[in-house]
Design a protein around this ligand. Structure first.
Ligand SMILES: Cc1cc2nc3c(=O)[nH]c(=O)nc-3n(C[C@H](O)[C@H](O)[C@H](O)COP(=O)(O)OP(=O)(O)OC[C@H]3O[C@@H](n4cnc5c(N)ncnc54)[C@H](O)[C@@H]3O)c2cc1C
Length: 291
């Protein structure tokens, strides 16, 4: 992984490796293992006839009302089934945009340059024959289109196949009434890095285990909701630390930031720092017997 500022670059050998993957293929593989039925519909909210804590929750969609005792909102930062949504720009959301041109690179590159984005960073992620190049702003009103285009041009890559969205940088309650919230809807995207896929899986697995326990009648729904809510809240400290770094790092004078990045370049420090980062949502959690 390489970090670049206006005052130089440092390259770290991480104790683990990042993975990029093909989103569609991953979803297909997961679906094949799921044994579930899948329907698409636009979710509008919980019907007035029910409350979030009802025994059977009526969810209104454009294809009718779906009633179920176990409901998970994995609808992203809008938290459609929650009592109060977020409205950018007045919300703890970051904004990101990336392009997916053909191209080769080896490192995961990160640029921290105020001239590119005042509070945020740019990146290039190698993904097979593709380079995912983008810019994120920790300010939800920050502009990311122009800096993304400029970064692609600087790397002599084509700005094509845009993908952008807001993503949260603050943990939210993972349960409201009797509804489970997972992923961006619960603010599970990690602040500072904006990594939200691994954490969506991690908390999704925790939620799925609770749902299974209810379906197998090993646990009441109330107990499952409580356990999942406290599991998610148990990560509040790590999210707060990353949130504080997200506020501090962009405020550092660029030379000081570069000195800090150089200081961190000792292998034992890299192993410790990035080891801590991985541990907050460790992939081994997916195993039947997690660490
Ligand atoms: C440009 C960009 C690059 C990123 N890069 C990375 C990265 O490299 N690695 C990483 O880990 N994270 C990355 N993230 C963050 C990551 O994308 C999110 O944290 C992650 O996708 C959250 O997953 P999710 O399933 O909770 O929500 P989402 O991926 O937002 O999925 C929510 C789904 O619900 C659907 N939906 C929303 N509202 C409704 C409705 N009313 N009815 C029906 N369906 C609805 C949406 O269409 C969507 O399919 C990036 C974010 C951005 C914006």
């Amino acid at each position: 992984m390489r970090f670049t500022t206006p005052h130089g670059s440092v390259r770290y050998r991480l104790p683990w490796s990042w993975s990029a993957f093909d989103y569609r293929h991953l979803c297909q593989l997961l679906y094949e293992q799921s044994g579930s039925r899948f329907q698409t519909a636009t979710v509008k909210g919980v019907s007035d006839e029910g409350t979030l804590a009802a025994e059977v929750i009526p969810v209104v969609t454009d294809r009718g009302v779906l009633r179920a005792p176990l409901v998970v909102d994995a609808l992203g930062w809008r938290r459609v089934l929650g009592r109060s949504g977020y409205q950018p720009p007045a919300a703890p959301l970051s904004r990101g945009l990336e392009v997916h041109p053909h191209g080769q690179s080896e490192d995961l590159d990160v640029w921290i340059e105020r001239s590119m984005v005042r509070r945020g960073y740019g990146w290039r992620v190698p993904a097979a024959g593709e380079a995912r190049v983008g810019v994120a702003s920790y300010a939800p009103g920050g502009h990311v289109r122009r800096p993304t285009d400029q970064l692609a041009a600087r790397l002599e890559l084509e700005a094509v196949r845009y993908q952008g969205n807001w993503f949260p940088h603050r943990l939210r309650p993972a349960v409201e009434g009797s509804i489970f919230f997972v992923g961006d809807s619960a603010g599970h995207c990690f602040p500072l890095s904006g990594e939200g896929i691994r954490t969506a899986f991690y908390f999704g697995i925790a939620c799925g285990r609770e749902l299974t326990a209810v379906l197998e009648q090993r646990r009441s729904r109330a107990a499952a909701l409580e356990r999942y809510a406290s599991f998610s809240a148990g990560h509040a400290r790590a999210f707060a630390v990353a949130g504080a770094l997200q506020r501090t790092i962009p405020a550092l004078p660029p030379r000081l930031l570069m000195s800090g990045l150089r200081l961190l370049a000792r292998q034992w420090l890299i192993d410790r720092t990035f080891g801590w980062y991985l541990d907050q949502a460790h992939p081994s959690f997916a195993l039947p017997e997690p660490r």
